[in-house]
Write a protein that binds this ligand. Structure first.
Ligand code: C2E
Ligand code: CA
Ligand code: CA
Length: 548
């Protein structure tokens, strides 16, 4: 009798058994109808999201899912077919107290149940990268991570993945030609393709959420070591083909392991950020194959340059030269500017390339501190610092805004003999990076209170505008060489110089003009009311600091 025909009871047992199996892999089971309304719910939903399973029935799934995950999960669920399931989507569901609980969700169809969709949700295990991702800033349009958040998560993965002996990979994808598509089809058509792409990338990424939208058409994905993204690349190329009338979008990509190699973690993270920026800045003239190699080479070269720079800084194997800043009326030297020279660097030892590199890679603060040490030593060599000539050291805005660096700098300055300390000035450079002028001013005032004169460098360049003069209380303003040149050419340049000199005088600021190469320029600047000059006319940068 038994076994011939399933009884109600045995059928019930089967269902219970299947459900039990399902719960070995999931916390919550949901069944959706064609309109994505929940038709069946089971599991500890009260504990996890504060709702009874019965109350979930009749609720549209997307009412539960957090705003930033709606679009992406909808796209992935729409793509689930009888043969193609979706796995490991990361989604957030709001509970009754407004907290967002993270789940890993899988979806599949079963042919016998027609248009029903079956979902299994498991509570995502908390991890540090996940916490970062949860708090991270997102691009409002794509819902993907912004560059800084992406770098932070990559850094976290680099730390933990290598510690566990299981490094992830990072792949950067750049789509060239999307702008052309926008021209043809408007933002909406292109937006749809990009949203699909974002969803596809998230589904392939670690934690379902490690995708960054890094530049206009540049994306980054952190993924498992063995996952190929070729499929994504091919998919986008096909997607774009009909749109572009036979001119598909070209995709360039580069992939590397998140592994600190021989570097400290902090340096490896800087190298990573630098490589991301280089990739984002590169244009479509680079093609796939060569780029993969050239970016790996670029990363290697970056690492090499970093360790060169680091050893130059720690061994002190760079030189310091001093260039006079002269009173345009009395022709007396007021102070010197300290400039760095790197011995085995091409371009006649010019500091520019090295300094720019150090800025971009985030090593400038260490370098600025090393410069201070070297300059203070040179000053102290002059009779124990008594009557030491005044020297201005360049201080990058990035260093100024690093709390950690400023604490070290202040501690270092406090230990200097008073005459050396008081003869040390600072030139604030690279100020276009300053986001918060009030905060910058507060730090500057601490330095001034300790007896240091401050010069605002590069005035007139980029964003260094009148707002800086209004909000930063300094002693000197150095007018950029480009303005000096245009003043020499007469007309508006000269009028501008005069107006600037007047404004600075009214604000109680002294003015320095740089790149003064001939007497005519010096005369013109003096007549315009500029107080000080620097340039080859008065002296080239020299190794020796003249004795007072
Ligand atoms: P800057 O601070 O504007 O420095 C002035 C640059 O102009 C120096 O180039 C100097 O050698 C050059 N110069 C001086 N007088 C004349 C002139 O009459 N004509 C011409 N054509 N050039 C003149 P340098 O040393 O190559 O420095 C380039 C930049 O690198 C500096 O611009 C500064 O932003 C940065 N830098 C140099 N040393 C340091 C440093 O120790 N720390 C930091 N943070 N930045 C530095
Ligand atoms: Ca300077
Ligand atoms: Ca300058």
């Amino acid at each position: 009798m038994a076994g011939a025909k399933p009884t109600e009871q045995s059928r019930h047992m089967d269902r219970a058994r299947y459900t039990a199996f399902a719960f070995t892999a999931a916390d919550i089971l949901l069944e959706l109808d064609a309109a994505a309304v929940i038709r069946f719910a089971a599991g500890p939903t009260v504990d996890l999201i504060g709702r009874e399973p019965d109350h979930l029935v009749g609720t549209p799934l997307f009412d539960l899912i957090a705003a930033e995950d709606k679009d992406y999960s909808r796209r992935l669920l729409d793509a689930v077919t009888d043969s193609d399931r979706a796995d490991m989507m990361l989604i957030r569901i709001g509970d009754r107290r407004g907290r967002k609980i993270r789940f890993v969700m899988s979806a599949r169809r079963v042919p016998e149940f027609g248009d029903r969709l079956f979902l299994a949700l498991s509570r995502a295990k908390p991890n540090a990268a996940g916490d970062l991702a949860r708090a991270a800033e997102r691009d409002p349009e794509s819902g993907l991570l912004v560059r800084d958040a992406f770098v932070a998560i990559a850094g976290e993965k680099l730390r933990t993945g290598s510690a566990l002996g299981n490094p992830c990979r990072m792949t950067l994808l750049g789509f060239d030609g999307i702008d052309r598509l926008r021209g043809h089809y408007g933002d909406d058509g292109v937006g749809t393709v990009l949203a699909e792409l974002g969803a596809a990338l998230r589904a392939r990424s670690i934690d379902g959420d490690s995708v960054g939208h890094l530049g206009a058409d540049v994306y980054g994905v952190i993924h498992a070591r063995d996952l190929g993204l070729d499929g994504v690349r091919r998919w986008l190329e096909t997607q774009s083909r009909p749109l572009a009338r036979g001119e598909p979008v070209t995709v360039r990509s580069v992939s590397f392991e998140l592994n600190p190699g021989g570097l400290s973690e902090a340096d490896a993270i800087r190298a990573l950020a630098y490589t991301i920026d280089q990739f984002s800045a590169a244009d479509g003239t680079l093609r796939l194959g060569s780029l993969v190699e050239s970016h790996q080479a670029m990363l290697d070269a970056t690492l090499g340059r970093m360790s060169d720079f680091r050893s130059a800084v720690s061994a002190g194997s760079f030189q310091v030269v001093f260039q006079p800043i002269v009173d345009l009326n009395s022709l007396e030297v007021h102070h010197h500017e300290a400039l760095a020279r790197f011995a085995d660097h091409e371009a006649a030892g010019s500091a520019d390339a090295m300094i720019t590199f150090a800025e971009e890679i985030g090593m400038i603060a260490e370098f600025d501190l090393a410069m201070c040490r070297r300059v203070a030593m040179a000053m102290a060599a002059h009779g124990g610092g008594v009557g030491a000539p005044m020297v201005a050291v360049n201080l990058s805005a990035r260093s100024l805004m690093s709390f950690h660096f400023m604490a070290r700098l202040r501690a270092y300055l406090a230990d200097l003999p008073a005459p050396v300390r008081q003869a040390l000035m600072f030139e604030l450079t690279e100020t276009y990076d300053l986001a918060d002028l009030d905060a910058a001013n507060a730090v500057l005032q601490q330095l001034r209170a300790a007896g240091h004169l401050i010069c605002l460098d590069d005035f007139g360049v980029g964003a260094t505008n009148l707002d800086y003069l209004r909000q930063l209380e300094v002693d000197f303003v150095k007018i950029d060489g480009a303005y000096v040149q245009s003043a020499r050419e007469g007309g508006r340049g000269a009028a501008f110089m005069k107006g600037l000199a007047r404004l600075c005088a009214d604000l109680g600021l002294r003015t320095v003009a740089e790149m003064v190469e001939d007497q005519t320029t010096a005369d013109l600047l003096r007549a315009a009311g500029i107080g000080y000059g620097q340039g080859f006319l008065f002296g080239r940068p020299e190794l020796e600091l003249p004795r007072p």
